[in-house]
Design a binder for this molecule. Structure first.
Ligand code: GLP
Length: 260
């Protein structure tokens, strides 16, 4: 795992978007794992800007981490709606190549099985983008999610409901269950980038990156991944112990030179 500290949310977000853009240029048919949440909106703004300047997304394939159970794609609170609004409708991706579990699927188990099969048949995820929830979840892998878990439906914790329900009107209408890729599914991505910004994430980030691996905080499983970069701003880095070392890496490793 590498931790890269950038001075501001803006520079952390820009670095994340740059790394994604580089990957798309290197492999136009990139299979991209995508996340939702406020943190990602800024990344998608930047990718849309890069598309305006010529970045071609026509051949990419995408798989999102999660979707609320019971919400249709047309529901403004569904993650399908979020993705269309914040990214897909602003770039030239072929919508047929964008995938999220269907929130209104009748057979939940079958939907999860088909999602896993689809990822596998696509050749697997090349680059998975992640945020972190306040409960330490990645996707909706809430505390005690098995570190080998696969795509499944999961009950959301009160912490997650408290974090996300203000986006719903009324807040009580927020679904209490969601489909999520499993921790095991996420760990199979070839490369992972987790973006974490803001002081309210500082405590959970330090546990996720520097604490012991535990299913109580599913993001700690990323310590098992051999190609995982965690990009943070100064505010989110506030509780980290190893900041001198992380800063040294960014300033001295040749691979980071183009981004300094
Ligand atoms: C949701 C998503 C997560 C995301 C998290 C963080 O819970 N399921 O994938 O990481 O939100 O959201 P925010 O960026 O708004 O803090």
């Amino acid at each position: 795992m590498e931790v890269i500290i950038r001075p501001t949310t803006e520079t952390a977000t820009e670095l994340t978007a740059q790394l994604i853009a580089e990957k798309v240029k290197q492999k136009p048919s990139l299979c991209l794992g995508l996340a939702t949440g406020c943190t990602m909106e800024k990344v998608y703004d930047k990718l849309a800007n890069k598309h305006q300047k010529g970045l071609d997304f026509s051949l990419i394939r995408t798989y999102n981490l999660d979707e609320y159970i019971g919400l249709s794609p047309e529901n403004p609170n569904s993650y399908r709606y979020y993705m269309n609004k914040h990214l897909f409708n602003r770039i030239n991706v072929n919508l047929c190549n964008t995938h999220l579990p269907l929130g209104t699927a009748e057979d939940l188990e079958l939907e999860c099985k088909l999602y896993e099969e689809s990822i596998k048949n696509s050749g697997g995820i090349d680059l998975q983008l992640l945020g972190i929830g306040r409960s330490g979840h990645i996707g909706f892998n809430e505390p005690l999610s098995a570190l080998s878990s696969r795509t499944r439906d999961k009950a959301l914790t009160p912490v997650t409901v408290a974090q996300n329900s203000p986006l719903f009107d009324p807040p009580e209408s927020m679904p209490k269950r969601a489909f999520t890729m499993g921790v095991g599914t996420i760990l199979e991505a070839e490369q992972v980038i987790m973006l974490v910004t803001g002081k309210e994430k500082a405590e959970i980030l330090a546990k996720a990156v520097e604490g012991p691996i535990t299913s109580m905080i599913s993001a700690t499983a990323l310590q098992l991944h051999s190609n995982c970069t965690v990009i943070v701003d100064e505010a989110a880095a506030a509780n980290l112990q190893g900041t001198d070392y992380y800063r040294w890496i960014f300033e001295n490793e040749p691979k980071w030179e183009p981004y300094r």
